[in-house]
Design a protein around this ligand. Structure first.
Ligand code: RAT
Ligand code: ZN
Length: 439
């Protein structure tokens, strides 16, 4: 129906106003708004140039992404032990040869490589990687980073910052400050998931903690978090949790969460990001590619959101089977913000399903996606794919609404897209001083 074909004078009161888009205009406007709105990438593993070797970029890193290594081991006869003994360049060559030359790169992760090569006008069908290697070698990382962020349409990436990673610790201790495009996130996996192997690191740094997390341990972890808050100025704290995560329970993890991390988040007005459902190292031979997924019991999340109404939780769940429950909990607890289609979910068919479900249940009150990029240039294909899927979903959503009788204006679309990819996150960062670092 051409909504604008009804003239003003004859227009009954319940018809949409004259500045509404006609149905066929919705798709181009949605695409244009998605393309012109700079997004915030709320969870990545990227680092700015000042963090040196921690920041991964270029063709060899792209090809040895653990998503591709997992696919390589499916099609190769090479035992993982042999692969790990190769140099990075040899590994990249082996992956290129097997997944791109001897096979058609039809999986999501392999298509991503093709899209990145294409974005830089590099050959996508050669047998060797020489041209791509020369191109990346010729780039200066300081100017390459802003170019890539611009190509991906993102203004800011949130890093993953582990205060107990020895290499990263040194950088922060030396007073290196990330530029405003790189917001930090204080990652707590070593403390919350493996206290037994990590408490001594804190003890060596002068915090009065012990293996059983007794006595002053919780207070001392709060002192540790306060020191790292000052150093990193994070926009949130974060932890990934297994599918067996429970709260409350009689464990060190539960105690440290309730007595150290959650009170610290309140103290610094930071949200806590919970990424639930990963089963680490089901196949250790594959290293980073050896993690899997399990369905979690989201009553733990219910208990957290109810017990700590003054805390804010950003939540991503890895299992497809947990997605609907997550939406239901988001309707019950406004202190919880679902975000992203994480890791094994970041495939067009699943992103489409989850995002439609979230829109139907939550309107625009969630953060549809993050990239989880580990290698700089990945943001190009990951955000390209997100924009393509979102264009389809939003067009359909607005067309349904227009058919229901509500006129759709460009500013409605802009308001929703801004909310999804910027302001939901900015508002979630609240009034905390660090929030201002997200630009
Ligand atoms: O997606 C990934 O690269 C995973 O290996 C994990 O890093 C995950 O995203 C995480 O942050 O734990
Ligand atoms: Zn991640």
């Amino acid at each position: 129906m051409d909504i604008r074909s009804v003239s003003q004078s004859k227009r009954p009161q319940n018809l949409p106003s004259a500045d509404a888009l006609i149905l066929s205009q919705i798709e181009p406007v949605v695409k244009e708004v998605l393309a012109s709105t700079p997004f915030i990438d709320v969870h990545t593993h990227l680092f700015p140039p000042a963090f040196g070797k921690l920041g991964l970029w270029g063709i060899d890193e792209l090809l040895t992404y653990h998503y591709l290594e997992a696919e390589f081991f499916r099609s190769s006869d090479m035992p993982p032990e042999l692969y790990w003994n190769l140099s990075k360049r040899q590994q990249a060559d082996a992956i290129w040869q097997l997944l791109f030359v001897e096979n058609t790169p039809i999986s999501e992760a392999t298509r991503g490589i093709i899209a990145v090569l294409k974005a830089f006008d590099l050959p996508t069908e050669t047998t060797t990687l020489e041209e791509a290697r020369s191109f990346f070698q010729a780039q200066r990382i300081e100017s390459h980073v802003p170019t890539v962020l611009e190509m991906a349409g993102i203004s800011t990436v949130v890093m993953t910052n582990d205060p107990l990673d020895p290499d990263e610790q040194l950088i922060w201790m030396n007073g290196v400050k990330p530029p405003p495009q790189f917001a930090s996130a204080l990652r707590l996996d070593r403390i919350l998931r493996d206290w037994g192997s990590n408490w001594q690191q804190l003890a060596k740094q002068g915090y009065a903690v012990d293996a059983r997390a007794s006595g002053k341990t919780a207070d001392e972890i709060r002192r540790f978090l306060s020191d790292w808050y000052e150093r990193m100025r994070p926009v949130y704290m974060a932890v990934s949790l297994s599918d067996s995560f429970q709260f409350p329970e009689d464990t060190i993890q539960s105690k440290l969460l309730a007595e150290a991390v959650i009170p610290s988040c309140r103290e610094f007005d930071l949200s806590l990001s919970l990424m639930i459902g990963v089963r680490r190292q089901v196949n250790p031979r594959l290293r980073l590619a050896g993690d899997a997924v399990g369905r979690a019991d989201l009553r733990a999340l219910e208990n957290l959101c109810r017990a700590f109404p003054d805390n804010r939780f950003l939540v991503s769940v890895l299992s497809r089977e947990n997605q609907h429950e997550l939406c239901v909990y988001a309707r019950k607890f406004s202190n919880m913000m679902p975000f992203g289609c994480w890791w094994f979910l970041n495939n067009p068919s699943i992103v489409e399903e989850i995002t439609r479900e979230r829109i139907e249940m939550l309107g625009a009150s969630f953060i549809p996606q993050h990239s989880d990029a580990r290698v700089l240039e990945q943001v190009i294909y990951k955000w390209q794919n997100t924009r393509t899927i979102l264009a389809r979903i939003l067009t359909n959503t607005y067309q349904l609404l227009a058919n229901d009788g509500r006129g759709i204006r460009r500013q409605d679309i802009q308001r929703d897209v801004t909310r999804f990819f910027r302001s939901n996150f900015e508002r979630w960062m609240h009034s905390g001083s660090a929030g201002s670092s997200v630009v």
